[in-house]
Design a protein around this ligand. Structure first.
Ligand code: MN
Ligand code: MN
Length: 392
């Protein structure tokens, strides 16, 4: 059945136009028994609100019904909001509020009672760019909201797990390795703007005295890029924000085909998710020793042994529709993408999604506890799951 919004499937339901059908205009949908009406198409910009007008058909008894939605083209359905009781013979409007991004379709299910008329289903996009009157304005949130994976501290004697809050991101510095153990940051459009990439690689003089401070020349002619953990493009609202990402404490020795191809492709995908109305919490780092850069062979260290060359780089991204109280909104169905890729020049024989793994596997490889601010029961579900969602 084609309605003004698109094609809907009517199951134990029909288009009614009699005097007993409650309607705006000449027709409405009449659902009988435990019938349902289902969208046969996706809205592609998520949904922030659905309104539905409903009334009792003729002199039938009251009925109950609910709104379900699917983000996988109808494979699985989830109820949103509460079950509604319709007892009026004039149309009333019920509003459902939700916050999803990407593809979504809806289904109205009649549950009990007499025949039900529904009409005027209105779906409001969740574009993430404002303008919809929604309360989902992106903000800059806590870079460490998910937790402190290694229990890093600001004690200067804690040289291999030294916590540095850069405002734009937070990291744990490892003096023995000459680079970060991990870097953690929040990504939303509130961090985005039009500042130019500064390419202003700078030694981090905020490291305590006695610490190794990498310089840009430490990476010269090593066969490895100065690879950002927190990407330049995730922080371009201002020149100051962007320059912060070029501190050498945010740099790691990455094989060029990793940094510039496969790793970057996942960075870009994360920003695609951001642009679709999401905010992300991202943690990244390297582990192991021995990478293979553009000079070939295996390189264990650069800078005369002061900088460890990781054998692998990993990243964990937790994706939420833009909103508030983020950690409390993480459920067992929250999308989490974990990747772990070798630091080699052949890494780009596969696309980034080939390297998807579990958070558990990265916890085992690194010894860290990720998502520690999330309940252990939710962690155990999320961390044992390999993402199989869209990849572009
Ligand atoms: Mn938020
Ligand atoms: Mn964990």
């Amino acid at each position: 059945m084609t309605l003004s919004t698109g094609v809907w499937d009517l199951n134990d339901a029909l288009i009614g136009g009699t005097t007993s059908d409650r309607k705006n205009g000449s027709k409405s949908v009449r659902i009988e028994n435990t019938g349902m009406v289902t969208m046969q198409f996706d809205k592609t910009s998520g949904a922030s609100q659905v309104t539905i007008a409903h009334g009792v058909y003729g002199t039938d008894a009251s009925s109950t019904w609910g709104l379900w939605y699917s983000t996988n083209s109808g494979s699985t359905w989830t109820q949103t909001g509460s079950t509604v009781t319709t007892s009026s013979t004039t149309l009333n409007t019920t509003t459902f509020t939700l916050s999803t991004s990407g593809n979504i379709r809806f289904q109205v299910r009649k549950l009990t009672g007499g025949r039900l008329n529904i009409d005027d289903i209105t779906i409001t996009d969740n574009s993430g760019t404002g303008g919809g009157g929604s309360d989902t304005t992106p903000t800059r949130d806590d870079n460490m909201a998910l937790g402190n994976p290694s229990g890093a501290t600001t004690s200067t004697s804690n040289m291999n797990n030294y916590l540095m809050d850069k405002v734009q991101y937070t990291l744990s510095y490892n003096n023995s390795k000459g680079m970060a153990n991990w870097c953690s940051w929040h990504l939303s459009t509130a961090w985005k703007g039009s500042a130019a990439r500064c390419n202003c690689f700078t030694s981090d003089v905020s490291l305590p005295s006695g610490y190794f401070r990498a310089t840009t020349s430490n990476y010269t002619s090593t066969g490895f890029d100065r690879g950002h953990l927190c990407p330049s493009e995730d922080r371009d609202a201002s020149d100051t924000d962007n320059a912060k990402t070029f501190l050498m404490t945010n740099m790691t020795p990455q094989a060029p085909n990793m940094n510039e191809v496969t790793w970057e492709a996942f960075e870009t995908y994360c920003r695609t998710l951001m642009s679709a109305g999401n905010e992300l919490y991202i943690i990244a780092g390297g582990y192991g020793t021995g990478g293979s850069g553009s000079s070939g062979g295996t390189t264990n260290t650069i800078a005369s042994g002061s900088i460890n060359v990781p054998s692998h780089f990993w990243k964990i991204a937790v994706i939420l529709p833009v909103g508030t109280n983020d950690v409390s909104r993480i459920t067992t169905s929250t999308r989490v993408i974990a990747i772990d890729m070798p630091n080699t020049q052949t890494v780009n024989t596969h696309t980034w999604d080939y390297y998807r793994t579990t958070v558990d596997a990265i916890e085992t490889a690194t010894g860290y506890d990720f998502l520690s601010n999330v309940s252990t029961s939710i962690q155990s579900t999320l961390e044992s799951h390999v993402d199989a969602g869209p990849t572009h």
